[in-house]
Write a protein that binds this ligand. Structure first.
Ligand code: SF4
Length: 234
């Protein structure tokens, strides 16, 4: 990968030059990623500069002592993003068609929940607004609910659990007919974690990979049968 930094004192036009160079490289057909550093966070001018880069670069990563983020211009999958999040619990807003995790459905008195897959819902809750915020009692209840019953599946739709789609498996978990541990993609003989988050594997792919890696390691001096741990530092 090619890379270059644009440095200089304040008011020397670093952003102007950076934006122009990104534009030029993009015009030449390159996919350009931007790395933006700030000592002061991304409010004000630094945030505005970053927004300008986001308009033209294919990917912008920004970091400061108080905040870091990555922004891609195209849609990325949930599977791509979750391993980057390093969180105890994920709260997803929206994503009605994403059926790999349970949901709560917000409803008004005059609408129904049919289009929001009620079979995937742990609970329906009343609509709220800044003027009519949720009660602390409800928030306590939801926090307990997500820590007790929340989960996320690999979303492979591999069919190894006997359901065509992960969504059907989630519905069965909600209905008490299945357990999260029944997802075959999460219990193959091979496991891979990325930034501490375990990735899901199609069992067939996992078997192929583990057989290939084991065959290669068998050639190495010191190999003995047993659990194998490989760490790739990035
Ligand atoms: S085994 Fe897991 S990943 Fe595969 S379809 Fe079933 S729930 Fe989805």
């Amino acid at each position: 990968m090619k890379a270059i930094a644009i440095v200089g004192k304040k008011k020397t036009g670093k952003t102007t030059m950076g934006l122009a160079l990104v534009k030029k490289l993009t015009e030449k057909g390159y996919k350009v990623g931007v790395l933006k550093h700030s000592h002061h966070g991304f409010d004000g001018a630094e945030g505005a500069d970053t927004e300008e880069y986001k308009k033209i670069a294919s990917c912008v990563a920004a970091y400061s002592p108080s905040e870091s983020f990555v922004s891609w211009k195209q849609e990325r999958t949930v599977q791509d993003l979750v391993p980057l999040m390093n969180a105890d619990v994920i709260v997803m807003e929206g994503g009605n068609k994403v059926g790999w995790l349970p949901r709560v459905i917000m409803v008004r008195e005059d609408n129904d929940d049919k289009e929001f897959y009620p079979e995937l819902a742990l609970k329906q809750i009343p609509a709220c607004s800044p003027e009519n915020p949720p009660s602390d009692e409800l928030l306590e209840e939801l926090a307990d609910l997500v820590m007790d019953k929340g989960f996320i599946l690999p979303g492979l739709n591999c069919g190894a659990c006997g359901r065509e789609f992960c969504m059907d498996f989630v519905a069965d978990i909600i209905a008490g007919k299945a357990r999260v541990s029944g997802c075959q993609a999460m219990k193959t003989q091979m496991s891979v974690t990325c930034n501490g988050v375990e990735l899901g594997f199609n069992p067939f792919v996992a078997d192929m990979l583990s057989a290939g890696i084991t065959a290669m390691l068998k050639q190495l001096k010191g190999y003995v049968p047993g659990d194998i741990e490989i760490t790739i530092k990035n």
